[in-house]
Write a protein of this length. Structure first.
Length: 405
């Protein structure tokens, strides 16, 4: 093996030094193709990516960073990333010139967002997270300014800040989402840093939310829904959310063209599904009754037509909060209606794969099991869950205090 080719280890790189010739020395890693270490006559050590570009028909040299500021593992990882870009025809040298480390994080976020908008459905939420938690502390900071220590301090400080409304503090979950967005931007192809400063920053431990309506709460909830003060659209929307277990955005934008009232199914297109796949949901009889009633009166393509910009119902927080207050139910979110469907399926004895399919959950392991299931057990489980919900109306009589908004 040539003397200038070796497996890079910290012990070996520390022992390398100038040879006194006054020339720069180059050593090449035998583990990661394309990774080189340059040593100047004064002893400075710098990682480089060196490769041949078939598309541009020339040798490409791209500086990664100084050793030991950048570790061997980081240099190998970045070299592989650059080689992949080079193989895709990207001129990594010109790309680096166009986006120097002296760009601000606002520049980086804007560059990332332009690409994210093309494939990521949840990008509006990312913009909101950026504006609320990242823009003020980090927007005008140069990319070279960021370090793991600074990001750790920011991540910790988020949970000491008050929410926009009320006196409650920002949750650990929200702080973790902000950190995840920061990490994603730094990892993107639009940002050419040798290493991600978020690497090694630990997320807060999160407790999964398991809130759902208990039988006693369900009884009060149905009474409040039947109250004349509850708007008809809100009542139907809440009941369909409860009886289908679908995500709130899907229920709000439900189209008649996606419903088959004869076959008792609702087809949510892949373009509207969070998991990116077509979802076929069974419709329980109470859900069908609501849809048939609305169909007789509608002239819109949407089940819940509205004068909003979207043409369909948008989230009505005030009406929802009034409904909860009238039912005497606290700490309940619209998304918990979806969780209630899953919980009552479990109470009814449905298997986890069936529950997962009915709610459109997607994991590599469980999806394989879902693929072998037909719709019949899903329909049976959801019908049973709806029956259990409605049965709470007939619980033994007791005094139920309703709070008028």
């Amino acid at each position: 093996m040539a003397k200038n080719k070796l497996n890079f280890t910290d012990e070996r790189l520390r022992n390398l030094s100038p040879d006194g010739s006054g020339k720069r020395l180059y050593f090449y890693d035998t583990t990661q193709t394309g990774l080189a270490l340059q040593i100047t006559p004064k002893g400075s050590k710098t990682f480089q990516m060196q490769a041949w570009s078939k598309k541009h028909e020339r040798s490409v040299v791209k500086t990664i960073g100084a050793y030991p500021k950048f570790s061997i593992s980081e240099a190998r990882s970045h070299t592989l990333k650059l080689l992949n870009q080079l193989n895709d025809g990207v001129d990594v040298v010109e790309e680096a010139r166009a986006f120097r480390e002296e760009a601000t994080f606002q520049d980086a976020f804007d560059a990332w967002l332009r690409v994210a908008k093309q494939h990521k459905k949840s990008w509006p939420g990312d913009v909101s997270t950026f504006n609320l938690y990242i823009k003020t502390p980090f927007g005008n900071k140069k990319l070279s300014w960021f370090t793991r220590t600074k990001i750790e301090a920011w991540h910790t400080s988020l949970t000491n800040q008050a929410k926009q409304r009320g006196d409650a503090k920002i949750s650990t979950t929200t702080a973790n989402r902000a950190l995840a967005l920061l990490t994603t931007v730094f990892n993107s192809n639009q940002v050419k840093l040798a290493s991600n400063p978020c690497q090694g920053v630990k997320k807060f431990k999160e407790t999964p939310r398991d809130r759902f309506l208990s039988p006693e709460e369900m009884q009060r909830f149905f009474i409040a829904l039947d109250d004349p003060d509850t708007p008809a659209d809100l009542r139907d929307y809440v009941l369909l959310s409860l009886f289908t277990g679908a995500r709130r955005a899907n229920v709000m934008a439900m189209r008649w063209s996606d419903l088959d009232l004869d076959q008792l199914t609702w087809r949510i297109p892949a373009s509207e599904s969070k998991n990116g796949e077509v979802m076929l949901l069974p419709l329980a009889e109470p859900a069908l009754e609501i849809l048939q009633r609305r169909w007789e009166k509608t002239k819109s393509i949407f089940v819940f037509a509205s004068d909003s910009k979207t043409g369909h119902l948008v989230e009505a927080k005030t009406a929802w909060n009034t409904l909860k207050k009238r039912a005497g139910i606290n700490n309940m979110r619209l998304h918990d209606l979806r969780r209630t469907m899953g919980s009552y399926q479990a109470i009814g004895g449905a298997s986890l794969p069936v529950i997962g399919k009915s709610l459109g959950h997607k994991t590599a392991q469980v999806t394989q099991i879902y693929a072998r299931l037909n719709l019949d057990p899903v329909r049976a489980a959801m019908d049973k869950a709806v029956s259990l919900m409605l049965a709470t109306k007939n619980l033994p009589a007791k005094v139920v205090v309703l709070h008028n908004g």
